[in-house]
Design a protein around this ligand. Structure first.
Ligand SMILES: Cc1cc2nc3c(=O)[nH]c(=O)nc-3n(C[C@H](O)[C@H](O)[C@H](O)COP(=O)(O)O)c2cc1C
Length: 184
């Protein structure tokens, strides 16, 4: 059976380079016997316990269910102010309130791209810290940090051969990691 991966993108903008990296991963996945479905969260409100107490928004419960049903999660995100973008942290904060915890025991891979040299490294290590509380199992390697992105995209697509190879290699490792975890 194909490996089912739910993906989250930490940028909501239409011309997002990170979304374009995710699009490349979505295109590569079938050749690896995997299917990536993107989890949307642009309509998730800001976390507020009063809102939670009044009823968890359907967008959150739907996303939690799709993560719970998936074999693995892929997070592709920019770095904002040396850390995780607020929109992504907000949806993770919502998901962290769900019981059973959808991320628990789940294989998670992280990718990111930025115009600067270190390709979202600081965001990725902050995100790994958050994944500890969620009891997720982030993939260690290979890391996908696509820096200096200005010449790596063309007409809305990731075209850099080395970056595309890294995306594919990480997906291969994520699929293997999720199988290892599910066999435990
Ligand atoms: C609020 C904000 C904060 C940012 N902070 C960083 C940062 O800390 N490090 C970095 O490399 N780029 C930073 N950038 C630049 C982003 O990497 C760049 O805008 C990138 O294209 C955003 O990702 P996207 O194309 O997927 O939307 C920041 C951009 C914004 C809007």
């Amino acid at each position: 059976m194909s490996t089912r991966i739910v993906a989250l993108c930490g940028s909501l903008r239409s011309a997002s380079r990170n979304q374009q990296v995710l699009n490349a991963a979505i295109d590569i996945a079938p050749s690896l016997d995997a299917i990536i479905t993107q989890g949307k969260f642009d309509d998730v409100p800001l976390y507020n316990q009063d809102v939670q107490d009044a009823g968890v928004p359907p967008a959150v419960t739907t996303l939690a269910q799709s993560i719970a049903n998936a074999d693995a999660v892929l997070i592709v995100s920019p770095e904002y102010n040396y850390s995780v973008p607020g929109v992504l942290k907000n949806v993770i904060d919502w998901l962290s309130r769900m019981s059973p915890q959808p991320f628990a025991g789940k294989a998670v891979a992280i990718m990111g791209t930025s115009p600067g040299a270190i390709g979202t490294a600081r965001m990725q290590y902050h995100l790994r810290q958050t994944l500890v509380f969620l009891d997720a199992h982030p993939l260690n390697k290979p890391e996908v940090m696509i820096g200096s992105y200005s010449d790596k995209f063309d007409e809305g697509k990731l075209i850099d051969a080395k970056a595309l190879e890294m995306v594919e290699r990480q997906l291969v490792s994520l699929i293997a990691w999720s199988k290892q975890l599910r066999a435990l």
